[in-house]
Every structure is written in C-alpha cells, then in structure tokens.
Design a protein around this ligand. Structure first.
Ligand SMILES: NC(=O)c1ccc[n+]([C@@H]2O[C@H](COP(=O)([O-])OP(=O)(O)OC[C@H]3O[C@@H](n4cnc5c(N)ncnc54)[C@H](OP(=O)(O)O)[C@@H]3O)[C@@H](O)[C@H]2O)c1
Length: 281
C-alpha cells in the first residue's frame, strides 16, 4: 500500500509497535523488519519499552546490508516522570528542556541512529489541559525539529481539548496524534475529526486489545468473512481506510504477515464501512 505523505515526509502505512516485548524486543523487531514493516514505534521509557533492543535489531539489519537508515521510519517518545519507573533517561531535577535533550540523546544512542523521523510527547503531564511543563517540553521538541534532529513531531494520549490547546500554542504543529482507539468512542471520532481538519495524521493503537468485544461482534465477523479477512485484518483495513495510521503490537510472525496483508485488501464498501464505524458508540 502507498506510503502517506505527512508534512512532506513519506511515512509507511503500517507501524510496528515495540511495547511490552522486553528482552524479546530485538528478535521481534528483526522479524517485523523481515516481514516488511518499515515504520517502528518505541519510547525512551524502560518501564514499557526496551528501546536498546530496537537499536540492536536496526544495527543487525544495517550491518547485514538488508536495510539502510533511509528505508525506515523511526519514532520514539519523551515520557514525563509520571510515566517512568526508576530507570529514568534524564535528571528529574533538571529543567524540562534539559530532560528532553537528555532523553532524546539517550534515544539516539539506544537506537544507534543520528536522527529520528518522529518525536512524540508521550502524553501531557496531567489528563487535563496542557500545563507549563508540557509547553516547555513542546518548545524543546520544536528546537530539535528546527535543528533537523527529528523530521516530525507528535503527541500521544490527548483529549480533544488538549489537542486544541496544543495546536493553538504550538509553533510547529503536531504531525501525529497517537491515541488508544476505542470503538465505543466511535473509534476516537472527535479527535480524528480535529486531526483531519488540521492535517494531522491519527495513529491508532490497541486497535485489537481495546476492542475485543467489537472484534468478536457477529456483524464485524460477517463482513470480515465476506472479504476473506480475519476480524483483526478487517479492523486494520478499516482503520487505514478512514485515514488512520494503524499500529500493531503482534509478536507472531504469522500475524505480522496477516496484518501487513490486510492493507492490500480491497476497500470496504460504503455500507460495511459505516457498519464498522458504528459497531459500538
Ligand atoms: N502512546 C502510548 O501510550 C502507547 C500505549 C500502548 C501502546 N502503544 C504502541 O502501540 C503498539 C501496539 O499496541 P498494542 O500491542 O496494544 O496493539 P494491538 O495490536 O491491539 O495488540 C496486540 C495484540 O493483538 C494481537 N494481534 C495482532 N495482530 C493479530 C492478528 N492478525 N490476529 C490476531 N491477533 C493479533 C497480538 O497477539 P499476537 O502477539 O499473538 O499476534 C497481541 O495480543 C505498542 O507496541 C506501542 O508501540 C503506545
């Protein structure tokens, strides 16, 4: 399937997510690259990600001559202290701008690369509003962008109000929003609508794990069967068709193959699209 064009940057249409893979991260990232994924999502947050394992897989692919840095889209994140455990990638007493600089540097070292394609604020410091800390973090991220050290910026785990607030204050607009995508909220309908209006690409994560009931719904299963897809494949095909950039967190080579193949399937009919969109809520 065609890459997306995001603020002039080519982005592969499916992202391999590396959360919760611990010491299997290098092996699984290697398998994902072999399967054909060309976009990788990670975070400098040892609590949930093993970013150095991603770097190990990249190094292996680069030194085998299988891939070059330019073939890949690499995304990682800055995580506020509230989302970290004791393995912090920065001095928590330092100003936020310094924390971003330290975390970014740690990411480059762990990933063994000299620049990133997308750098994401993992989430605002509080679930309400964009606070002073977030503003300072975003400004530091804008500096990294200005220096060409990351090509794009993004934000994750935001409400509609927070996204509006961030867009209003940002000099460099977010290129991405990365949110857990619940079918019961119309697949994050309101945030997706604002993204569309602003030219922001919506990255949907936990499309399967957040929507187990919906994925098992008889109507969704019937549409999938008619299209010769598995229900999981139908969810990813649907997500892409409504403009999302989907993430998958699979650890299975067979599911990696199926997930990528889903994007090659024909589009859902207008009626099927409407049914899946309204499957719950
Ligand atoms: N920004 C944030 O705060 C945040 C939070 C969470 C996640 N994320 C990102 O999003 C990524 C994906 O998240 P996630 O793991 O929750 O997503 P997910 O893809 O919804 O969940 C992965 C689960 O789906 C199963 N699966 C995948 N493809 C399948 C298929 N074709 N058929 C059947 N089952 C399938 C996997 O099982 P198998 O392993 O058996 O295939 C695994 O149990 C993470 O790795 C991370 O990069 C970001």
């Amino acid at each position: 399937m065609q890459p997306l064009s995001v603020q002039g940057v080519e982005v592969p249409p499916f992202v391999y997510g590396t959360a919760w893979k611990e010491l299997e991260t290098a092996r699984l990232t290697g398998l994902a690259l072999e399967a054909g994924f060309r976009a990788i999502d990670t975070a400098c947050q040892r609590k949930h990600y093993h970013e150095a394992g991603v770097g190990e897989a990249l190094e292996r692919a680069f030194s085998a001559g299988v891939l070059s840095r330019d073939d890949l889209f690499l995304q990682t994140k800055f995580t506020h202290q509230g989302g970290q455990d004791h393995r912090l990638p920065y001095d928590p007493q330092a100003p936020f701008a310094t924390q971003v600089a330290q975390s970014f540097q740690r990411s480059l070292e762990q990933l063994r690369v000299s620049h990133l394609d997308s750098y994401v604020l993992h989430g605002p410091q509080s679930s309400r509003g964009i606070g002073a800390a977030d503003r300072e973090v975003w400004a530091a991220m804008e500096s990294l962008h200005a220096e060409g050290r990351t090509r794009l910026l993004g934000v994750s785990n935001v409400s509609l109000a927070q996204l509006r607030e961030l867009c209003a204050l940002a000099e460099v607009q977010p290129a991405f929003v990365q949110n857990r995508c619940y079918a019961r909220k119309g697949w994050d309908r309101e945030v997706r609508a604002l993204c569309r209006e602003r030219g922001i690409v919506y990255q949907g994560f936990s499309l399967l794990t957040a929507n187990r009931e919906e994925t098992a719904h008889p109507d969704l299963r019937a549409i999938a069967a008619r299209m010769s897809l598995t229900p999981a494949q139908l969810v990813f095909r649907f997500a892409r068709q409504v403009g999302m950039l989907p993430l998958t967190g699979t650890s299975s080579p067979e599911h990696m193959r199926l997930d990528l193949a889903a994007l090659e399937a024909p589009p859902l009919s207008a009626a099927d699209l409407a049914r899946v969109e309204a499957i719950s809520g």
